[in-house]
Write a protein that binds this ligand. Structure first.
Ligand code: DX5
Ligand code: ZN
Length: 230
């Protein structure tokens, strides 16, 4: 594991970091305005957390909100499906205008087939794993994905504390990616703020999902820059 000064020499400190504010932490009474506020503050992507009340213990929103986000701006839509049957609902999220769809390895579907369908539709394919799921579970899919999402909280709710024990998994994923020449990005999601983002960047993560620490910051632009490490 990288520690202390080692972090300053890690190549991930100099590469481009993507910040994806999570709409879950926005003011739901004015979602279109909130999306434009994120874009104006320098967000690279918009992260959309879809929860079905079954795969996770919460219900958020579905394809209609993704379609609204697509109409509200041109920002890249990073759709995170925390649902039991992503294979069943996939066409509706493609139709709604998602640019990337990320599905969970723990959900009840044929993962190989779902990832293939996402790419065949011309979208980027992401694969997510929960904090307790070992990296070995997703490794067989490394050639079929554009993004690996390492959850840094147990999914379901915004505003939870970052789990530092996931850093080792991020480092292992980054090492394997380098060793085998894979092209996927590594995304982290849950409890990401200036401090935890720095650890994740040092571990090799490229995409920082941040809800509370961006939408609820007094200065969203400054928060996004800080998470990016600028
Ligand atoms: C957690 C969601 C996250 C969440 C992040 O289940 O997948 O995207 O919105 O929220 P914060 O940044 O507040 O932890
Ligand atoms: Zn998410």
């Amino acid at each position: 594991m990288l520690r202390g000064s080692d972090r300053h020499v890690n190549a991930s400190n100099v590469k481009q970091v993507i910040v994806a504010p999570s709409l879950l932490a926005a003011d739901f009474s004015k979602l279109g305005e909130e999306i434009r506020r994120a874009v104006g503050a320098g967000a690279d992507w918009l992260h959309l957390d879809v929860m079905d009340g079954h795969f996770v213990d919460n219900i958020s929103f579905g394809p209609a909100v993704v379609a609204m986000a697509e109409a509200a701006s041109d920002i890249f839509l990073d759709v995170h499906l925390m649902i039991s049957r992503p294979d069943h609902y996939l066409p509706r999220f493609i139709e709604a205008g998602a640019d990337m769809v990320t599905v969970h390895i723990e959900a009840a579907h044929d993962v190989t087939e779902t990832l293939q369908r996402i790419r065949e539709a011309g979208l980027r394919a992401g694969l997510a794993l929960n904090p307790e799921t070992p990296l070995a579970a997703v490794e067989p899919h490394f050639d079929a994905i554009d993004l690996l999402l390492c959850m840094t909280v147990v999914p379901g709710f915004g505003g939870q504390a970052f789990m530092p024990e996931v850093l080792e998994k991020i480092e292992d994923a980054a090492k394997l990616r380098k060793k085998h020449g894979h092209g996927f990005l590594i995304e982290v999601d849950g409890g990401i703020d200036t401090h935890s983002a720095a650890s994740c960047r040092a571990a090799g993560a490229d995409v920082m999902v941040a809800g509370s620490s961006t939408f609820r910051a007094p200065d969203m632009a400054a928060a996004i820059r800080a998470i990016r490490g600028e």
